[in-house]
Design a protein around this ligand. Structure first.
Ligand SMILES: [Zn+2]
Length: 584
């Protein structure tokens, strides 16, 4: 059997699936001569320029010029990668991708049974909700919340009756109760785990039910929601609720609406906001952000207006930015929950919603407005405090955004942007715990100069740093001396400096002698490493602000290629800086 990603696997899967069939699930195709034509699913068009060649098993769009084979098509349409496409198509073709060990087979088997059980449960609960007298409390709740049947069915909402209804249903179908227990559907005594609750399936982005959340129908119920446990099929931080229903509209509108509660999302869909999703049972996680990023670069955050909601929005904005996504924050007026707002607007809901979206500031600006609320610029104490708060807020975002954000904050508050950026961590050395800079008499000692003094006294430290720093990362006036000392050390070892000192330029001899006579307070190897790291970091940050300036220049000039190159470089640099900062 072929290994997961070998060419064999691709070939085997390709031989077993028909491109025409796969495409037909997404595009209505009509035959013209030998080929099939349809409206391209990858760009907007009114007349078909998307062609499928059944013989070659290839496709081509004359509009957007995208093209490829069945794998490329699935990659694009499912917003996945090559591996993901292989996996999807292999499942469909019944090709096993790798030899499974008995344990793996057992696991994959268990997962399949779990998913089947969840699907059965969803069907059963839905049946009870709409077709059984026992479903009455669920139907009443939906009427109260103004969720119509059509919307409810799209989400496959259901009702779990009191007692052992589902267990009996399984018995009648000769299904295993143990599987249902493993899926968290039944208690040990066979009673329904979700009894007397409205049941909401949590599905993955392809519509597969992975778990349930269930809402109490009775006012006096203490726990409003209860949830399925995590299982091999369900890890809550990885699922986005309603993404299967919202994905198309997310792509069409160019943003996803991220809400806090599943019921908010259901109401939103009912009132036409069909690009709404929720992070489902957790604060937004990085996995969820990455999942969303397959469909859009922008999140519209619609959280509750309370303190918890505002803090969740801030965290989401920062997390999204770290993953290259933009955010905006919509605030629902009058302290209403999003679903109260939509229900209150009734038939005007769509229009009122659009106004809300149009007004939504960026995630950064929303936090800024909070930090600067009631700020009085003529009060110096206040200014200090607000500047600190804003500086911290800016500092949470990736460095490449800092300058732009400081500008925005300056415009908003009148506080100089220089006060809003973290003090550039360079040249004149601050007095630190390791004695750094303690002897800054007269001319200020820079980090790179301190390193030279340290190396003069303790040349062995070259061993620790010569691979970690290059001479051109040092201050310009220190480079020559660093290279000379390094050469001496490599040629003549730790005592070489004494014998070769006479060949050094007078100024450098002077500096070395002074270091010998009065060594800096701390000359150990570890400090040398720390200094080298600081020097590198400073260099990288200087380069970074250079790139940012170049980038805005390139963007103004619409030089797409240069922008792409600079963005890539900035990304790499940001990662390197991040790594270096974390390792210190
Ligand atoms: Zn196209």
């Amino acid at each position: 059997m072929p290994s997961p990603a070998s060419d064999d696997a691709f070939a085997e899967v390709k031989a077993k699936v028909d491109l025409v069939k796969v495409v037909s699930e997404h595009v209505r195709l009509a035959k013209r001569n030998r080929d099939l034509w349809g409206l391209c699913p990858f760009h907007q068009e009114d007349s078909p320029s998307f062609k499928v060649d059944p013989q070659r098993q290839s496709w081509y769009c004359f509009g957007c010029e995208r093209h490829g084979d069945v794998f490329t098509f699935v990659e694009l349409i499912e917003k996945t990668d090559k591996r993901g496409a292989l996996q999807l198509l292999a499942e469909r073709a019944g090709v096993e991708l790798q030899k499974l060990s008995p344990e793996q087979r057992e696991r994959s088997d268990a997962r399949r049974r779990l998913l089947l059980m969840l699907k059965l449960a969803a069907q059963y609960y839905e049946y009870v909700l709409w077709s059984s007298p026992a479903g009455e409390p669920g139907r009443r709740l939906l009427v109260q919340r103004q969720v119509g049947e059509e919307t409810a069915r799209r989400f496959q909402l259901g009702y779990a009756p009191a007692g052992r209804g589902f267990a009996e249903y399984l018995r009648a179908k000769k299904r295993s109760l143990a599987d249902a227990q493993a899926a968290g559907l039944l208690r040990r005594d066979g009673a329904d785990f979700f009894a007397e609750r409205l049941v909401i399936p949590i599905r993955d982005e392809r519509g597969q039910t992975l778990a349930f959340t269930a809402r109490a129908v009775r006012q006096e119920e203490l726990r409003k929601y209860i949830n399925s446990p995590e299982t091999p099929a369900y890890v809550k931080g990885r699922v986005i609720f309603a993404l299967d229903l919202a994905r198309e509209e997310i792509t069409r509108r160019g943003h996803a609406v991220l809400m806090e509660g599943q019921f908010d999302v259901i109401t939103a869909h009912h009132f036409g906001v069909t690009n709404a999703v929720a992070s489902s049972g957790t604060a937004l996680t990085e996995d969820q952000v990455r999942l969303l990023k397959r469909f859009t670069d922008e999140l519209l955050l619609v959280f509750d207006a309370d303190r918890a909601g505002r803090s969740a929005a801030r965290k989401a904005a920062v997390l999204a930015a770290a993953n290259g996504m933009r955010t905006r924050v919509a605030s629902v007026p009058d302290g209403l929950d999003p679903d109260e707002f939509l229900r209150g607007a009734g038939p005007d809901a769509a229009a009122r919603w659009d106004e809300l979206v149009a007004r939504a500031p960026s995630g950064f600006e929303a936090g800024l407005a909070e930090d600067a609320a009631q700020f009085n610029p003529s009060n110096p104490n206040q200014m200090e405090m607000v500047a600190t708060r804003i500086r911290e807020w800016i500092g949470q975002f990736p460095p490449s955004l800092h300058e732009g954000y400081a500008e925005v904050a300056e415009r908003r508050t009148g506080i100089s942007r220089h006060l809003l950026l973290k003090a550039p961590p360079q040249s004149p050395v601050k007095v630190g715990t390791n004695g750094l800079g303690a002897r800054t008499q007269g001319k200020k000692t820079t980090v790179s100069r301190y390193l030279l003094q340290l190396l003069a006294v303790n040349p062995i430290a070259f061993e620790r740093i010569r691979t970690k720093i290059t001479p051109d990362e040092l201050d310009e006036e220190d480079r020559g001396m660093y290279v000379r000392m390094l050469e001496t050390y490599e040629r003549a070892g730790a005592s070489g400096l004494e014998s070769e000192l006479g060949d050094y330029p007078a100024e450098e001899q002077d500096l070395i002698r002074r270091a010998w006579a009065a060594p800096p307070p701390n000359v150990d190897d570890r400090l040398a490493e720390e200094l080298a790291a600081r020097i590198r970091l400073d260099r990288m940050k200087v380069r970074q602000s250079g790139i940012i300036r170049e980038l805005s220049e390139a963007e103004r000039g619409r030089e797409a290629e240069r922008v792409a190159r600079l963005e890539a470089e900035a990304g790499e640099l940001a990662r390197a800086i991040n790594d270096l900062e974390r390792s210190r």
